[in-house]
Design a protein around this ligand. Sequence first.
Ligand SMILES: [Zn+2]
Ligand SMILES: [Zn+2]
Length: 308
Amino acid sequence: MPVATGLGERERRIAEAMENFAGKRPVLEPILRVFGNILMEKARVADRFAGGGPGDLDLDVSRLREGVPLLAGVSLEPVRDRLDESFEAMAAVLGRSFTDFEQDLARLDGIRRAGGLDLVRLSRACLEADRRAFEEAAEFFEVQAGFLGMMTACVLAPVLEAVAMCCADRVRESGWLKGCCPVCGSMPSISYLGQGPEPASEFLTGGGGQRYLHCSMCGFEWRTRRNMCPACENEDKDRRLYFQTPDEPGERVDVCTQCGGYLPCLDFRESTLRPPMDIAAIGMVHLDAWACEKGYHPLANTSWNQVV
Ligand SMILES: [Zn+2]
Ligand SMILES: [Zn+2]
């Protein structure tokens, strides 16, 4: 299917990658289309916000050197209007994508219009992975907790992505090495290997290339130690394994036998193609299914790895 015209650059790249992965793995086409459309809307909203800067958040980049993510404990109150605007955009695409949740969505939208949906509070619960807060809110609003969580993540993501885009250079200068995102503190959804500009560095521990992590929430990408598990920081190569299928040597899933976490990984060292990482993660969801079957868990829960 030809990619629609009139799209922004990032949306066009998502649409193209969606077609490529669907062509390669027809069985994944429905899931690629559903989440591809959501990702395109997120990119559109994030680009719009990024044009206006990071918002009036109280950000202190010097905390990064102490290992504290930029948004840790920072009030999201200054981006309340952006969250509301994001809700309107994301609700439209979620409504089209998940007809089973039509009623829940209409209910939440009604509550929001009446001023009863505290998106700042829900967003904070989302960043802190506070399941209890979602269960309580869902009971109060009489909607499903899983849907409320997914909805909040979809609304928050483009707001934080705009922050990440605006602060990227300053964050990269901090030399952050941890496994969680330096911007929002979330765990990565996928990693990739690429040829880095500094071949002789402490990041190289054999095999060549540099490893980057992609944040599951704000999409920020940062370099990390090549063999470190982002969750438990284990670097013992006997407890770090990876699996791949022989026909796709550039796609694999890394697993950590110490904490039981897994993370899909794309190898770009010999490739000029760079699909947007979120759509690539969806195009590799068969590896998620494999890892879950073997008893490993994802480092980050995403809306797509929850459906495999
Ligand atoms: Zn992040
Ligand atoms: Zn681990």
